[in-house]
Design a protein around this ligand. Structure first.
Ligand code: CIR
Length: 253
């Protein structure tokens, strides 16, 4: 169960964010409204949401998930692999200091983005991607070990982040697409396979018994419901234009 989340408001400069989506330029007003509905949904699920001011310096800063990893006892400040995003972690120490006594840091020359980090019970999967390198992943796994947790690396060929293609729901279910669907590393899980035409919905978000699913991906939503989960849909179309999904928009703990 999660009790808290931290989000950062989208900035007007959002249109300058990194993208490979080819879905057009995100509209600030629309993005702001979608973000507001995301916050409301979290609150309805019992989450106490801390809302950080927007940061015009960093167009992608709304995707706050990439700037930190939050566990129960400790948080880790990442070191984004995307140079335009590296400064997003400035100030995170103060923000996280309100909630955590232990704050760890990923150091040079490791890189790590939170989108590459998926927790399943006491074990973490860490994607090796264009954004997260072996040194960053190894540093994180050492930190996890220090706190009695474990981690393993997952090599990614095409995906932006690990959680672009996989989400752990609950009860041993993973939602998975593309290159990860056949991976032996996830063979022990019960799988909900996301069809290629709905690949974006592989980034769905389990929160306190419900699964948030991006709007417009009905095949995937139905599959999740068939597996016994209640769903709630949210429009994230403006964030999708920047390759961002539901998990990217918050830190949850
Ligand atoms: C980026 O390319 O870094 C952003 N435009 C999207 C980040 C999405 N974050 C995530 O999947 N955790």
């Amino acid at each position: 169960m999660f009790t808290r989340a931290i989000v950062r408001l989208p900035c007007r400069n959002l249109k300058e964010g990194l993208s490979s989506a080819d879905l057009g330029i995100p509209l600030y007003e629309e993005a702001f409204s979608q973000h507001g509905k995301y916050i409301s949904a979290l609150k309805k699920l019992g989450i106490d949401v801390t809302i950080l001011d927007s940061d015009e310096q960093y167009p992608d800063s709304v995707f706050i998930e990439d700037a930190a990893i939050c566990d129960r006892e400790f948080a880790v400040i990442t070191r984004p692999g995307a140079l335009s995003r590296r400064g997003e972690t400035e100030g995170m120490k103060e923000v996280l200091g309100d909630f955590f006594n232990h704050i760890e840091i990923i150091n040079q020359s490791g890189t790590l983005e939170g989108g590459d980090v998926m927790k399943v019970n006491d074990h973490y999967y860490v994607g090796i991607s264009a954004r997260t390198n072996h040194k960053g992943a190894d540093q994180l796994i050492r930190v996890l070990n220090d706190y009695g947790l474990t981690g393993e690396k997952v090599r990614l060929a095409k995906m932006l982040h690990l959680k672009t293609g996989i989400s752990y729901l609950d009860n041993d279910y993973i939602l998975v697409s593309g290159e990860l669907a056949e991976s032996r590393q996830f063979s022990k899980f019960r799988k909900i396979i996301v069809d290629p035409h709905e690949a974006y919905a592989a980034n769905s978000l389990w929160i306190n018994g419900k699964v948030l699913v991006p709007e417009g991906f009905n095949d995937t939503r139905r599959k999740i419901e068939k597996a016994g989960f209640e769903t709630l849909t949210l429009d994230t179309s403006e964030f999708r234009k920047l390759d961002g999904g539901l998990s990217c928009l918050s830190l949850r703990f």
